[in-house]
Write a protein that binds this ligand. Structure first.
Ligand SMILES: [Zn+2]
Length: 395
């Protein structure tokens, strides 16, 4: 044990230790205390991760760790390295890579938590398809802080902990919700983007419904999103594309009377209730719900309570709710509520990869797509499209 680490809250530490002994049930599950350290930061994994096969032919474990600095000191998080079966799982998060994945709630940048400060850390631990599915993961974590007794000295601490079981649930296998070529899986897995960072405290509990969400847009014959005025919905050839049920199930929620937004800017008055615009939620079984959002005004073709088949048209792609251009927002979640849910992984039964768009933001401004044609190409079965991958659904 690092004695200098005891310079904060020694009383609490004693209480915690006593609590640990009182709670110790299966002795084998408890690590020997000899090498235990008193950490100034509490780390909690928000939801049990479930691995999913990505179109990069790796399995991705996508989850969030909430970090709370329980001390009155500045504490730097220097490394978070996911581990499974006693070995490293994917690359460790350090330096810029950790900085990119850390969102400090005070708005500060970097990976140092101020006194009582907190952060959300967005992990994507990927591993090869040949590796055995882990049952549990833990993390090697390194922290550093100035020694309160001697501020010119840095105290460094490394420990292995913050374990979580891996969900036993397999990703649901879906039929694509759209048909045709040149769909772009914008804001998809597994980088930091608008979906991934959407951790919302709803009624006081943090939820991550959009963890695996994709915003589908389609390139036209000129490799653009639109031809004509940016702010005219009909400039976008895929506006009103049929949106189809990705799996059979029962419709549990719809909304369809919200007006279309003008493309080119987000609506100034969006509320969280309006965020998804017009939508359909389908209960697809086994505690999973498919969410189809931003549908065109009064285009929903199903009723609440109706059973739908895979491939059945639910409505038309639109631009309603919190959106700055026509797209289908699609995700799978663990409850019928688009807000009070946790995002679950899914794969599509089959699709063809056609490259990766390198300039999605420019695309939205009217640029021609800059496409890496040699990346993520070919036939995929049972995979999740990767961020900005161009995919062909159907023949
Ligand atoms: Zn979206």
């Amino acid at each position: 044990m690092n004695a200098r680490g005891l310079s904060f809250r020694p009383v609490l530490f004693t209480a915690v230790l006593l609590g640990l002994f009182a709670l110790a049930s299966p002795a084998s599950a408890i690590r020997p205390d000899d090498d235990a350290v008193l950490s100034p930061v509490d780390f909690q994994v928000l939801n049990r991760p479930a691995p999913v096969r990505g179109a990069d032919n790796r399995r991705h474990m996508v989850y969030e760790i909430q970090a709370v600095n329980q001390s009155g000191m500045d504490v730097e998080i220097r490394k978070i390295a996911p581990r499974a079966q006693g070995n490293r799982l994917g690359l460790p998060f350090t330096g810029d890579r950790l900085g990119e994945r850390t969102r400090i709630n005070s708005g500060a940048t970097g990976t140092t938590l101020g006194p009582g400060g907190s952060a959300m850390i967005f992990i994507d631990a990927s591993y090869s398809l040949s590796r055995k599915r882990p049952k549990a993961i833990s993390h090697a974590i390194s922290l550093a802080w100035a020694d309160p007794g001697n501020p010119s000295e840095l105290v460094r601490q490394t420990f292995i902990g913050v374990s979580t079981r891996v969900s036993g649930q397999q990703p649901v296998v879906l039929t694509p919700p759209l048909r045709g070529p040149e769909w772009v899986a914008a804001n998809g897995c597994c980088t930091m983007n608008a979906h991934r960072g959407a951790t919302l405290a709803i009624d006081g509990t943090v939820r991550v419904p959009e963890r695996f969400a994709i915003d589908f847009v389609q390139l036209n014959g000129q490799d653009r999103l639109f031809t004509g005025p940016l702010n005219d919905l009909f400039s976008y050839g895929y506006y009103w594309a049929p949106v189809r049920a990705a799996a059979p199930g029962k419709v549990v929620a719809i909304r369809q009377n919200l007006p279309e937004q003008v493309p080119g800017a987000l609506p100034p008055d969006a509320t969280i209730q309006m965020a998804g615009g017009n939508y359909v939620v389908v209960n697809i079984g086994h505690g999973r719900y498919a969410f189809y959002a931003h549908l065109a005004t009064r285009s929903v073709r199903v009723r609440r309570g109706q059973k739908v088949k895979a491939g059945q048209v639910l409505g038309l792609l639109g631009n309603t709710g919190n959106t700055d251009g026509p797209h289908l927002h699609f995700h799978v979640m663990n409850s019928p509520s688009p807000l009070q849910s946790s995002g679950l992984p899914f794969v599509f039964r089959g699709f063809r990869g056609q490259g990766v768009v390198r300039n999605v933001a420019g695309l939205q401004a009217g640029e021609v797509a800059d496409i890496a044609r040699d990346r993520l190409r070919g036939r995929y079965r049972g995979a999740l499209p990767m961020e900005d991958q161009i995919v062909r659904f159907g023949k």
